[in-house]
Write a protein that binds this ligand. Structure first.
Ligand code: 13P
Ligand code: SF4
Length: 301
């Protein structure tokens, strides 16, 4: 089937099923082209909560589709490839979180949305990369537990007056952004500015002109007068920006592919709509507690 045929069939099925396609900024181009909305974790959550579609086809990783289901429990949420997980989200289990809480009684738990619904259910409030500082600052506590990303936790600790006790998780893709590589790229492109995602390490964040979520970086890239930009995040976003802004030059930091974000294809999106697969299902008791943490986040965003 050609790309045009796939797109036509997807459009027909979307109308038949009253479906909407949401895609994360890291998705491959052919998937982003099918999407009704592309964005970062926060934007996608807000869209999932607001849409009046009956079906959401979520192109991203598992925790993102789960978050959509938490916010729209009456809707059918489908993932074209159910094997697209987030290794960082799997770095803390509910049992580990219960022990972490027991070691620090009274401290509220801030869960990065990159967590499972079961872990969110044990947490007080969620955050994303675009509102983590704001969420932590909003809490009426001097000490907070931050899970699972230790690098985002470190960034938050440096930008709030809270004591942040971090879990030791990390994003395998973003920790590969190496300060020596970035320095070399900056030497090679002295006029380029450097923007980066807060999942990268402190040494790398300290070299950046902007630290922001994926949509924050995209917005900045569109608005800046800079003509050359080194982008420290998953390369799917950088490839898209290069297409959107051909008059600017974007440099990809090497080794920045998230393999899970590449699992979804246009053919799988079509199969998802055709066969109504693969449905996200969350235990109602877990969902109710997890939803509270996500909704609390949306209240302060
Ligand atoms: P954003 O919310 O900034 O899009 O980040 C999601 C993510 O998984 C980054 O690795
Ligand atoms: Fe998870 Fe990192 Fe992939 Fe984002 S880039 S989905 S944090 S593994």
């Amino acid at each position: 089937m050609t790309a045009e045929e796939t797109a036509r069939r997807v459009a027909e099925l979307k109308a038949e099923r009253n479906a909407v396609i949401l895609a994360h900024n890291y998705q491959i181009a052919e998937v982003q082209e099918l999407a009704d909305f592309r964005g970062d974790s926060l934007g996608l959550s807000q869209q999932a909560a607001a849409t009046d579609a009956d079906v959401i086809v979520f192109c991203g990783v598992h925790f993102m589709a789960q978050t959509a289901k938490l916010l729209s429990p009456e809707k059918t949420v489908l993932m074209p490839d159910p094997g697209a997980g987030c290794p960082m989200a799997d770095m803390i289990t509910p049992e580990q979180l219960r022990r972490f809480k027991a070691e620090h009684p009274g401290a509220p738990v801030v869960a990065y949305v990159n967590t499972t619904a079961e872990v969110k259910a044990e947490s007080d409030i969620c955050c994303t990369s675009s509102n983590a500082v704001q969420v932590v600052q909003s809490l009426d506590a001097d000490t907070v537990l931050f899970i699972p990303d230790m690098h985002l936790a470190d960034w938050v600790a440096r930008h709030t007056d809270k004591q942040v006790i971090a879990w030791g998780g990390y994003c395998p893709t973003h920790v590969r952004i190496n300060p020596d590589t970035v320095r070399y790229m900056q030497e090679q492109h002295p006029d380029a500015i450097f923007i980066v995602h807060p999942e990268a390490r402190r040494e790398v964040l300290d070299m950046a002109d902007l630290v922001a979520s994926t949509s924050g970086m995209a917005k900045f890239a569109h608005e800046t007068d800079a003509r050359e930009i080194i982008v420290g995040t998953e390369q799917g976003l950088v490839e898209r920006l290069q297409v959107e802004l051909p008059e600017k030059t974007f440099y990809i930091v090497p080794h920045t592919v998230c393999p899970n974000m590449k699992k979804t294809t246009a053919a799988k999106v079509l199969a998802s709509l055709e066969n109504m697969q693969y449905e996200i299902d969350i235990d109602p008791e877990i969902a109710e507690r997890a939803r509270r943490a996500v909704e609390r986040m949306l209240e302060v965003s």
